[in-house]
Design a protein around this ligand. Structure first.
Ligand SMILES: [Zn+2]
Length: 290
C-alpha cells in the first residue's frame, strides 16, 4: 500500500543494526529523532534508513562517525548528501584516502549550512528523548585539531597533520568513538573497532557499566572482545555486524567462545540480515528485518 506507513510516528525506541555487509551502521530512533552510528562500506545504509524512517522525515539529528575506515565511513557520504543532519560527532583525525577527503569536503559544506560538527569526548551526552540518551565513553580527550575540518587548511598542511597523528595515535581503529546508549533501564554499548588495548583502558577508567546489548567490537575480531572486557560489560545479547564469508575471518572462533563463556546470546547480520531491537525501557525484544 503506497503512502500508508503503519505505526508512524513510531513511539517505540528502536535500535537497528543495519545489514550493510562487512562494516557497521546502527540506527537509533524514537519518534522523529534519529541517531546514526556509522554508514557501512557502501550505499546499503540508505535502504535501511528508507525502510526505517518515514519519507516525510529527511533529518537525522545526530550522525556519529566512529573512525574513518571505509567499512564505517563510505556510506555516510550518501547519508550526508541526502539528509539534513543537525549534529555530527567525528574525530579531528586525517586519513589519507579518497573516501576521507570526500567526507571531509562534505563536512565543510555541512558546517556552512549549519550542521554542528564536534569531536566528542568522555562524558558528552546527546539526549534522544526523555529517559533515552547516548553518552560518549571514548576518547577520553578530544584531539583538538580543528584544522582537519577547516576549509582553510591546505592539502600540504593536512598531510603534515597525518604524519603527526600517525606517530602520536597509531592505527585508526584505536581512535574509535565509543558510546553507551540508555533507554530507561536498558543499556547498549557500541565500541566501533576499538582494540584490546582500549578495552583495557575503558576497564581501568571505570566507565563501563553493565549493558544488556553489546555490539561486538571490530566485527568479532580477536584483536578486540577480550574476556575481561566482556565480563565487565556482562551483555546478555551480542550483535555482530559482519559480512558473509568476509576475507578477515570475522567473527573469529576464539571470540565466539568468549561470548559463549559469558553466556551471551549472539545475533549476526550475516545470518539474520538487519537486526532490530525494540525496547520499552524495561525489557527489549529482538527481531530480524530480513
Ligand atoms: Zn570496521
Amino acid at each position: 500500500m503506497i503512502g500508508v506507513w503503519r505505526g508512524w510516528p513510531d513511539e517505540q525506541a528502536k535500535v537497528i543494526f543495519c545489514n550493510v555487509g562487512q562494516g557497521d551502521a546502527v540506527l537509533i530512533k524514537k519518534g522523529t529523532t534519529q541517531v546514526l552510528i556509522d554508514g557501512g562500506p557502501g550505499t546499503k545504509v540508505m535502504e535501511c534508513l528508507k525502510k526505517n524512517m518515514p519519507p516525510s522525515d529527511q533529518a537525522i539529528e545526530l550522525v556519529v562517525s566512529t573512525h574513518p575506515d571505509a567499512d564505517h565511513l563510505t556510506g555516510l557520504i550518501s547519508v550526508l548528501q541526502e539528509y539534513r543532519v543537525h549534529q555530527i560527532w567525528v574525530e579531528d583525525r586525517v586519513t589519507k584516502t579518497k573516501t576521507f577527503f570526500r567526507f571531509r569536503q562534505i563536512l565543510i559544506e555541512k558546517k556552512k549550512s549549519g550542521s554542528i560538527i564536534t569531536p566528542p569526548k568522555l562524558g558528552d551526552v546527546f539526549q534522544i528523548a526523555p529517559q533515552m540518551s547516548l553518552e560518549v565513553i571514548f576518547p577520553f580527550q578530544p584531539l583538538e585539531n580543528e584544522a582537519v575540518f577547516s576549509a582553510d587548511t591546505t592539502e600540504t598542511q593536512l598531510l603534515d597533520i597525518t604524519v603527526q597523528q600517525q606517530k602520536q595515535y597509531g592505527a585508526t581503529n584505536a581512535g574509535s568513538i565509543a558510546t553507551k546508549l540508555t533507554i530507561g533501564d536498558v543499556g547498549f554499548l557500541f565500541t566501533g573497532d576499538l582494540e584490546a588495548e582500549q578495552e583495557i583502558a575503558l576497564i581501568n577508567k571505570r566507565v563501563l557499566t553493565r549493558s544488556n546489548v553489546l555490539k561486538a567490537g571490530h566485527h568479532g575480531s580477536k584483536t578486540s572482545n577480550l574476556l575481561p572486557f566482556l565480563q565487565e560489560v556482562q551483555p546478555e545479547t551480542v550483535v555482530i555486524s559482519v559480512g558473509k564469508n568476509n576475507s578477515y575471518g570475522h567473527p573469529q572462533a576464539q571470540v565466539l567462545e568468549n561470548f559463549q563463556k559469558i553466556g551471551a546470546h549472539v545475533h549476526r547480520t550475516d545470518k539474520e540480515g538487519s537486526i532490530e531491537v525494540v525496547s520499552d525501557g524495561q525489557n527489549y525484544w529482538i527481531t530480524s528485518q530480513q
